[in-house]
Write a protein that binds this ligand. Sequence first.
Ligand code: ACO
Length: 312
Amino acid sequence: MGSRLIGYGSYLPERIVTNQDLEKMVDTSDEWIIQRTGMRERHFARDDETVVDMATIAAQRALDKAGITINDIDMLIVSTTSPELDFPSVGVQILGRLGSTTNAPAFDVRGACTGYIYALHCARAFFAAAIHKRIMIVGAEKMTRFIDWNDRSTAVLFGDGAGALIFEHSTSSYSGIIDTVVMSDGKEMGMLYGTPDHHIMMNGPETYKKAVTLMPEAANYIMEHAGITADNVDWIVPHQANLRIIQSGAERLGFPLEKILVTVDKHANTSGASGVLALSYAFDNNIIKKGQLVLYPAFGSGLTWGAALIRV
Ligand code: ACO
């Protein structure tokens, strides 16, 4: 049993914050941000806009695209690091908001920036076991909740937003979520974590070094496992943390620049929403087309890392 992608959707808050706007909020410059990260703008949620608000809109848009209702979804998995409530899960709240009457299960995974790969990994296992028929994956983050305006090294890096993907079971194992790998190393947690007072602590240079080796490692593992090379892959859609990390990782893997999807310039780092949002953006803008093969590596706090291979 495999799967196929039947719907996608996204939501970005209305407020766009440019690097020039950030220059007025923190001691930084447009030039520094572009040179070090490739980011030009990001979206900031309103104070009263929650992770559940953003996730629900993205989920409804994905349902509309698939031409189904929430009652056709028999499992919902949400990747988020920034829920306003400790419980219940964002997933259960989305089902409530959308009026689900099926008692379908929903839960959140907390894999930081790798969260959506963890969610895909779970979905692949449920499809393989033929337990569920239609699984929605949502990635939603309000990373601006964590911004410490006294720390310019992290304040400029993050944005808010949500994305959703819907997969349906299929007898083909060459479509939808073809393969996944996820890993973690808790010994390295000191490199990047959220503090009890909701701020981001990050050793940027050390995180950078890990990201440029671990994402390609996961991507290589997936390609070897599938018996393919970079030539067989149409697109690489890496976690959108930093343009230099994306380009260096793709180079290590032998991917030409034109096969790399980049949204970090527009959305900045949306952590556990990043890849889902990026894929929805690529579909909406007709960049990635139906039937193409996408390699999907990610990396984040934990440390966590992994990759997925998806035929969209
Ligand atoms: N504006 C201007 N100058 C700044 C800023 C800023 N916003 N931030 C830092 N600087 C300065 C520093 O003070 C330092 O100045 P100094 O040399 O006078 O001391 C200088 O810039 C260099 O600082 P570094 O931290 O060494 O800069 P670096 O080139 O490493 O870039 C960055 C920093 C962009 C954070 C980079 O290290 C990076 O991208 N790291 C990885 C981030 C990442 O991928 N995170 C992963 C996931 S996040 C998650 O899981 C939630």
